[in-house]
Design a protein. Structure first.
Length: 80
């Protein structure tokens, strides 16, 4: 989840402005943790550029295969 407070007019508001960012990380055999961390950092920084795109809109445009066993586009959610 991302804070969703990128607009000045929302700074003084109280409420839930969270949006979900979908990230993909590919772990290679033999890849060091430092290399993986560098890769994920780059992916996250790129994703921040698109943080205002609502998750629902992403699902609508991509039309992922739907299943009752998991959510579309990701199976793990990390909240910091």
């Amino acid at each position: 989840p991302i804070a969703g407070r990128t607009r000045a007019e929302t700074e003084g508001l109280i409420g839930f402005f969270v949006n979900t960012l979908v990230l993909r990380a590919k772990v290679e055999d033999g890849q060091s943790f430092r290399a993986l961390l560098r890769q994920v950092r780059g992916t996250v920084l790129e994703a921040y550029e698109h943080q205002d795109v609502p998750f629902e809109k992403l699902v609508e445009v991509l039309h992922p295969t739907r299943s009752l066993s998991h959510t579309p586009l990701f199976q793990t959610l990390l909240t910091l």
